[in-house]
Ligand binder design. Structure first.
Ligand SMILES: *[C@@H]1O[C@H](CO)[C@@H](O)[C@H](O)[C@H]1NC(C)=O
Ligand SMILES: *[C@@H]1O[C@H](CO)[C@@H](O)[C@H](O)[C@H]1NC(C)=O
Ligand SMILES: *[C@@H]1O[C@H](CO)[C@@H](O)[C@H](O)[C@H]1NC(C)=O
Length: 273
């Protein structure tokens, strides 16, 4: 027991000494300005070092790489005339944002008021292979469903994907989530963009679910998924499966103990044609 004390002290000193990686620091300072977090969250007010502990919501790892950031939850930035101040999420300036934070594990953009800009998920999101959680709910993300999040080669650590209440459309591929660690998936309530074609809705079949053994909770409610309910008898970790208000058919086959909601699917309960 006595020997453990100096070790602890050394460890603590080691962590505190890891100043933010210069590239991450530049990117975070730029983010502080463009999102308004410099004002609303006082990022940079008491220290220019994002991982130093004074930047609300920002944490770094032992090498000074930024690992978690709430990102722009700023309200003042959203109400400012946004055309003159490009944000990292605008269509014109998305590239480079995620590439600037290769160690980012969690990303949360829920209910961001900048959503009136209808941003798209920056393609360089793929430069963050250590991401465990990606959450962008109700931010008016418009576009084809980002199937790449379900590619376990690109995102081997991803456990939680929350994309509810956006304007996503298209089909989820049958390979989505195969061999992935995804436990929580929420693609519910995709709205319809007024610029979109009539069939630009969240549709297709749910067969991919059968290939996601780690799935615990899945939300697909209020979309236009068709075809049979997925074969789920092998999904032993599953606890919640909500597919209410779609256009599914067939007989529900789930392990005991799963809370299943199939309301609003008139053809569920009878065999599919
Ligand atoms: C952010 O704004 C401050 C104050 O205007 C400025 O000094 C700083 O250089 C800016 N940082 C970046 C990265 O643009
Ligand atoms: C997953 O990503 C890897 C690397 O980019 C690629 O080679 C592979 O084809 C992708 N898999 C699927 C199912 O798209
Ligand atoms: C479920 O698992 C069993 C045993 O591993 C396997 O034989 C069967 O094909 C699986 N069923 C489905 C629908 O994947």
């Amino acid at each position: 027991m006595i020997m453990s004390m100096p070790v602890l002290v050394l460890l603590a000193a080691g962590v505190a000494a890891a100043a933010t990686h210069p590239g991450d620091a530049v990117a975070m300072r730029s983010l502080a300005n463009t999102t308004g977090a410099a004002k609303t969250l006082q990022w940079g007010a008491s220290s220019p070092d994002p991982c130093g502990g004074t930047w609300v919501g920002v944490t770094g790892n032992g090498e000074g790489r930024v690992t978690a950031s709430p990102c722009c939850r700023s309200r003042s930035a959203a109400s400012a005339p946004s055309t003159s101040a490009p944000t990292p999420y605008s269509k014109s300036s998305t590239y480079g944002f995620f590439a600037a934070f290769p160690a980012l594990e969690t990303f949360n953009l829920d209910d961001n008021e900048m959503s009136t800009m209808k941003p798209w998920i920056p393609y360089d999101v793929m430069s963050c292979p250590s991401r465990r959680s990606f959450s962008a709910m109700n931010v008016h993300f418009a576009g084809g469903f980002p199937n790449y999040f379900g590619n376990a080669t690109l995102f081997p650590e991803l456990e939680s994907l929350s994309l509810a209440r956006n304007l996503l459309w298209g089909e989820i591929t049958p390979e989505f989530g195969k061999n992935s660690k995804i436990k929580f998936l929420d693609v519910s309530q995709q709205g319809h963009d007024e610029d979109a074609r009539p069939d630009d809705v969240m549709r297709g079949v749910l067969s991919f679910v059968s290939g996601m053994p780690n799935l615990v909770e899945a939300h697909h409610e209020h979309n236009v998924f068709k075809g049979p309910l997925p074969e789920a008898t092998n999904l032993t970790n599953l606890r919640v499966f909500d597919v209410s208000d779609n256009d599914l058919c067939g007989i529900a086959k789930f392990p005991a103990g799963v809370t299943v909601n199939v309301a609003g699917n008139p053809r569920v309960g009878t065999p599919c044609p």
